[in-house]
Structure formats: structure tokens, C-alpha cells
Design a protein around this ligand. Structure first.
Ligand SMILES: CC(C)(COP(=O)(O)OP(=O)(O)OC[C@H]1O[C@@H](n2cnc3c(N)ncnc32)[C@H](O)[C@@H]1OP(=O)(O)O)[C@@H](O)C(=O)NCCC(=O)NCCS
Length: 178
């Protein structure tokens, strides 16, 4: 199927239950080639839905023929990654003149991978952040996300392990000039 059949819109509060199911499916299936079972379980603590993004109007949904194909967003707030239940969140507003916008919570449904959903959402995020004056974007990539971000022009800054989910999960901080 061609990526031209994809449509997009901003996520709304009533989408939250469907978004949660999609994220659970993506985490369960798409991290398997990169992480062991314990690391996937730990990832559920480190990742997931951030309702702040939906409230801020910076979270996008991509649909194909009425089905939810993927979601992802960006933020003008300091939190680098994680969901509502992740530790270490910081809702402070960033300064577009000196800070990098955050790219956040990118998930494609396992039935819709490799159709350009992630690439489309990233371009929506970058356009929106640029329109608010941001000149740089940063993100923290999972091992499943790294190929997408490299393909879209993000450069690695630093590899690190996040142990807050009980097992060390490898992550990569990346950046791009907008
Ligand atoms: C990361 C993720 C969102 C990618 O979604 P996607 O919609 O399949 O990505 P796209 O179809 O837009 O891929 C664009 C390009 O990225 C690269 N890419 C994406 N997935 C890849 C994979 N599994 N292996 C190799 N390259 C990949 C390719 O270059 C691809 O272009 P191509 O298909 O023309 O070769 C999806 O795999 C996912 O939900 N993973 C689990 C959750 C997660 O880890 N999210 C990232 C949080 S940082």
C-alpha cells in the first residue's frame, strides 16, 4: 500500500485508550529484535503515553483507511522521553532561541510498519517545532527507533543505559538541525 493513503490529525483526549493499545502492541512486538524479555518489560516503565502532549496539541495520529496506523509528537517542554508513569518528568517550557525541541513518543502499529508512518509523523513534528521558532530537535531513541531517526537526518550524541525500569535498557540521544 502506498504512503499516499495515509492521513493525519492531532490526537484528542478521546483517542487516549486507542493510543495506549497501539503503544502496548508496538512495544511488545517491535522491540523484540533488539531487546530481551526483561528489557522489554523495563521499557514499559520508561516509555508510553504522555497525556501532556495531547493536552498541548503537539501529538499526531496517522490513519490509513480509518485505522490507527501510528502516533508521535513533539514538545516545547523539557522532558526528554517517557510516558505518564515514567520517573523524572519536567514540564518546564523550553526557549526556542537556545533549546532543542523534543521529539516524543513515536509508535507505529506492528501491522503498519515500513509504510512511511514514522517518517510522516517526524516531518509533521519538525514543521510544527520550526513554526514556533525552534532551530534544533533532540530525542532519545530506542534501538527500534534508531534506524528511522538516522534515515531522517538525526545524528547520534550519546549512548546510555536507563536502569530505572529494573533492567538496563540501551538508549541513544540524537539531534538534528531544523
Ligand atoms: C520506530 C518506529 C516508530 C518506526 O516506524 P515506521 O512507521 O515503521 O517507520 P517508517 O516506515 O517511516 O520508516 C522510515 C525509514 O526508517 C528506517 N527504518 C524504520 N524501521 C526500520 C527497521 N525496523 N529496520 C531498518 N530500518 C528501519 C528505514 O530507512 C525506513 O525507510 P524504508 O522503509 O523506505 O527503508 C516503529 O518501529 C516502532 O513503533 N517501534 C517501537 C516503538 C519505538 O521504539 N519507538 C521509538 C521510540 S524512540
Amino acid at each position: 500500500m502506498s504512503s499516499t493513503t495515509l492521513s493525519h490529525r492531532r490526537a484528542r483526549r478521546e483517542d487516549l485508550p486507542t493510543l495506549t493499545s497501539l503503544m502496548e502492541a508496538a512495544i511488545a512486538e517491535l522491540l523484540k529484535p533488539y531487546l530481551n524479555e526483561a528489557q522489554i518489560a523495563a521499557s514499559r516503565t520508561l516509555m508510553g503515553l504522555d497525556t501532556q502532549l495531547v493536552e498541548d496539541g503537539t501529538y499526531f495520529i496517522v490513519e490509513q483507511a480509518g485505522a490507527l496506523a501510528g502516533c508521535g509528537g513533539w514538545s516545547r517542554r523539557a522532558t526528554m522521553y517517557g510516558g505518564d508513569r515514567s520517573p523524572g518528568r519536567d514540564a518546564a517550557l523550553l526557549d526556542p532561541a537556545k533549546d532543542a525541541a523534543r521529539v516524543r513518543a513515536m509508535y507505529t502499529h506492528p501491522a503498519f510498519v515500513r509504510r512511511g508512518v514514522g517518517r510522516l509523523i517526524l516531518s509533521l513534528c519538525e514543521d510544527a517545532a520550526r513554526a514556533e521558532g525552534f532551530r534544533r530537535a533532540e530525542l532519545v531513541a530506542t534501538m527500534a527507533g534508531e534506524p528511522l531517526y538516522r534515515d531522517c537526518g538525526y545524528h547520534p550524541i550519546e549512548r546510555f543505559l536507563d536502569e530505572r525500569g529494573g533492567t538496563a535498557v540501551p538508549l541513544l540521544r540524537m539531534s538534528k538541525t531544523l
